[in-house]
Design a protein around this ligand. Structure first.
Ligand code: DAH
Length: 340
């Protein structure tokens, strides 16, 4: 039987240069059948007064062997890495830069989800439209100023082909292809020949909504829009409808929500009125139903249209619409938490 001293010397002088030697070392000093292990089993036979110090020494030896093994394992791994061209496996990895969704997409998805939850289906359509789908079918009079070149981008000055000025064109496309009941929302990009300022842009986004069925009433519209406002801005939000005019709805209204910043008390956002305008709406004009091949004596419906940039500016209290088009990452990255 080797003495503790002998084993210590062996551990200290053992040459470990490769993986096999390392395994040999492990078998000899640390496995269940090793000399050290058999010393552990002898502890119980040792005279009680020596037992403690003997036990301590055997434990120290085991720690030493363990230490050497780890040390060599590290060295061998580093050598293997150097050989394979990997510099340092222990180095922390580089940060992966996470992107964020664009605020306009976030808002589009939110609006979409709210309406999909109550049975609306999202439909899309072309950005480049004809006069019929953007104006004529929607009951715009021949001389309506929206048709003017000052408001509308025409494609190569062709009087019939233009960039849609609103997503209401999708009402027409949907009704032309489908009989009631119809329940759709139409998200999309729209274009207007306007000077770019902090409040207006020549490109922006809208979501149009349309519900046509038998006996659809103004009360149905009001309740649907209240549901929308409360899901978007919180359960305490109230709505108010003001009479307005759109060629394609009769009666028409503009909808305000109670200011969610001050709760209606009056603040900068609501210009001290307690109310903020968020969308246009109304009962689909019978002429429009007829233009699209739907019997106005049998069916009625409501429609609404809201501006996504405006909603986003209200929800995230930003005051310059241009921020949404400049794509400055310092601005966009602030929407990381809202990205879903
Ligand atoms: N198309 C209108 C616009 O661009 C928005 C709108 C208002 C749509 C009332 C509607 C509506 O469907 O009923 O300003």
């Amino acid at each position: 039987m080797k003495s503790i001293d002998e084993i210590r010397k062996e551990i200290e002088s053992y040459k470990i240069e490769n993986a096999e030697a390392m395994e040999q070392f492990r078998l000899q000093f640390l496995s269940k059948k090793s000399e050290l292990q058999s010393m552990f089993s002898q502890i119980k036979d040792i005279a009680p007064e020596e037992r403690k110090s003997f036990g301590q020494m055997v434990n120290e030896l085991k720690d030493k062997a363990q230490q050497r093994l780890e040390e060599y394992r590290g060295k061998l791994e580093a050598a293997a890495c150097a050989h394979s061209g990997i510099a340092d496996v222990t180095r922390p990895s580089r940060n992966i830069a996470m992107g964020s969704m664009h605020p306009i997409s976030i808002m589009m998805n939110q609006v979409r989800r709210i309406f999909e939850d109550i049975g609306y289906t999202a439909v899309t359509g072309p950005d480049i439209e004809d006069d019929w789908h953007v104006f004529t079918a929607l009951n715009f009079a021949e001389e309506h100023p929206a048709r003017d070149m000052q408001d509308t981008f025409f494609v190569e000055l062709h009087p019939d082909i233009l960039l849609r000025t609103h997503t209401s064109s999708l009402q027409v496309r949907t009704m032309e292809n489908q009989q009631p009941p119809i329940r759709v929302i139409c998200p999309g990009r729209v274009f207007r020949n306007e000077a770019i300022t902090s409040r207006a842009h020549c490109i922006f986004h809208q979501v149009e909504g349309l519900y046509v069925a038998e006996n659809v009433s103004f009360a149905d519209m009001k309740q649907t829009l209240l549901y929308f406002a409360q899901r978007m801005f919180g359960p305490d939000v109230r709505i108010r409808l003001r009479p307005s005019y759109f060629p394609f709805t009769e009666p028409s209204a503009e909808m305000d929500i109670s200011c969610y910043i001050c709760g209606g008390e009056g603040c900068n956002l609501c210009k001290h009125t307690g109310w903020v305008e968020i969308l246009g709406c109304g009962m689909v004009d019978p002429n429009v139903l007829e233009n699209c091949g739907i019997d106005p004596n049998k069916y009625s419906g409501f429609a609404f249209g809201l501006g996504i940039e405006r909603m986003t500016m209200l929800k995230y209290t930003t005051n310059d619409i241009r921020l949404y088009f400049e794509n400055d990452v310092r601005f966009l990255q602030q929407f990381k938490a809202a990205t879903k």
